[in-house]
Design a protein around this ligand. Structure first.
Ligand SMILES: N=CN[C@@H](CCC(=O)O)C(=O)O
Ligand SMILES: [Zn+2]
Length: 411
């Protein structure tokens, strides 16, 4: 089965030689071909070029994409798409003056979602989560990471991870799975948080590994949640099972989580709304991808990750949604790209690099996803007729996507 796109107004993120990520000033460059063609064979990108030199191609199907832009699908490397119910009451409470922290201290927040998840049957959690996954795929996401962390008991954490596995089996996109048992301390363990860490490390983690339910390990390293000591302890234990860290750090306070992540060779350190000079220094020379979650900053009215400081230090940066019921009830990567431009002062080129190839890196997918490169998976977005790619983040409230292809098939 072959598919030929012709007269593409501009084909974005064309990488002749595959690269795994882009950093610092490299992120300002987004290689493109204007007036291009793109050939898909089965589920892979077979070839591309300029319409001026198009060879004779007999494709099974040809689409004229005049006036439209084609780009790789978004790679969303940080989500909590598997959850049950919603927390719109907390949203109203915050409007009426309560802080995210105050709501959590009253037993709301993550513990509220954990209670709902524990009480919801597995097939119902699957149904609700599948609906969200379908929604984000239509918005252009072609690869996604999903975390557990709303279970907080052995039974419920394994339930969440089985739902993630089922999504991977039933949907035609890469779904990476992360064990986030250390997301919040359940109230039964309030006076003995170490006992909860013992449960996560000695009881739940070995079962997660044994049942091959996760590739990555995560912890919410934050005041009032899990300490630096907990972080080292968990990441050491997870290493023995071959689980790489992708961790929540520096959302509200800088307590050394970035350095800890780098020491444990984390694939990514995520959130980073609060960054001090030591955090930036720790990332230099590492293979750890910093990940910003601007729609979380928007929803909670907290600072945005200081992208300019990160990029000016010649570091890479990825963008992800953080889709979850409490701090970011949105999985829209188009909005994330807009916010990165509007609020974090990233250029459209930097933001698109961060949401494609660098997002793929943060899921160990950049050999197969994140750019238009021969042999990579045929995951791409065809926009509506738009004046330029800058229009994508500029028209922040519009849906500029006409169609999305994953593994060569329109979804
Ligand atoms: N910060 C930790 N975890 C989630 C939010 C969890 C929630 O409020 O339900 C996040 O990444 O923002
Ligand atoms: Zn998160």
């Amino acid at each position: 089965m072959s598919l030929l796109l012709t007269n593409i107004k501009e084909l974005l993120q064309v990488r002749e030689q595959n690269i795994l990520k882009v950093s610092g000033s490299e992120m300002k460059e987004l290689p493109t071909i204007k007036n291009a063609w793109l050939l898909i064979e089965n589920d892979e990108i077979a070839d591309y070029g300029s319409m001026e030199n198009i060879p004779e191609i007999n494709a099974d199907e040809t689409i004229d994409t005049s006036g439209k832009i084609v780009l790789p699908t978004w790679c969303d490397s940080h989500t909590h798409i598997v959850y049950a119910g919603n927390r719109e009451q907390e949203f109203a409470d915050r409007i009426n003056g309560l802080s995210y922290e105050e709501i959590a201290n009253r037993g709301g927040g993550i513990l509220n979602s954990a209670k709902t998840l524990q009480e919801t049957p597995e097939d119902e959690v699957y149904k609700q989560s599948a609906k969200r996954l379908e929604e984000v795929m239509k918005l252009g996401t072609g690869a996604v990471e999903i975390k557990s962390g709303y279970g907080l008991t052995e039974e419920a954490e394994l339930k969440m991870l089985r739902v993630i596995k089922k999504l991977r089996e039933n949907y035609n996109l890469p779904v990476k799975s992360t064990f986030l048992g250390a997301h919040a301390i359940p109230k039964e363990y309030k006076n003995d948080p170490d006992a909860y860490m013992d449960l996560v490390i000695n009881e739940i983690l070995p079962k997660v590994a044994d049942q091959k339910l996760a590739e990555y390990i995560d912890i919410f390293c934050e005041k009032g949640y899990f300490s630096l000591e907990d972080t080292h302890r968990l990441l050491d234990a997870a290493k023995k099972f071959g689980l790489k860290p992708k961790i929540h750090v520096n959302q509200f306070n800088a307590i050394g989580g970035v350095k800890a992540g780098v020491e444990h060779k984390a694939l990514s350190v995520d959130h980073l709304e609060v960054m001090n000079d030591e955090d930036i220094e720790a990332l230099k020379g590492s293979n750890t991808m910093p990940v910003a979650l601007p729609s979380c900053s928007l929803f909670l009215s907290i600072p945005y990750t200081p992208a300019r400081r990160i990029l000016d230090a010649d570091l890479p940066l990825a963008l992800a949604t953080d889709f979850n019921p409490g701090s970011t009830p949105s999985g829209n990567m188009n909005l994330v790209v807009s916010l990165a431009c509007i609020k974090m002062k990233m250029t459209p080129e930097e933001a698109i690099n961060a949401a494609t190839i660098n997002g793929a890196y943060a899921m160990e997918l950049s050999k197969t996803h994140g750019s238009i490169t021969k042999g990579k998976k045929a995951n791409f977005i065809i926009t509506k007729e738009i004046p330029s790619y800058t229009y994508l983040p500029y028209a922040f409230g519009s849906n500029s996507i006409e169609s999305v292809y994953i593994n060569g098939k329109m979804i």
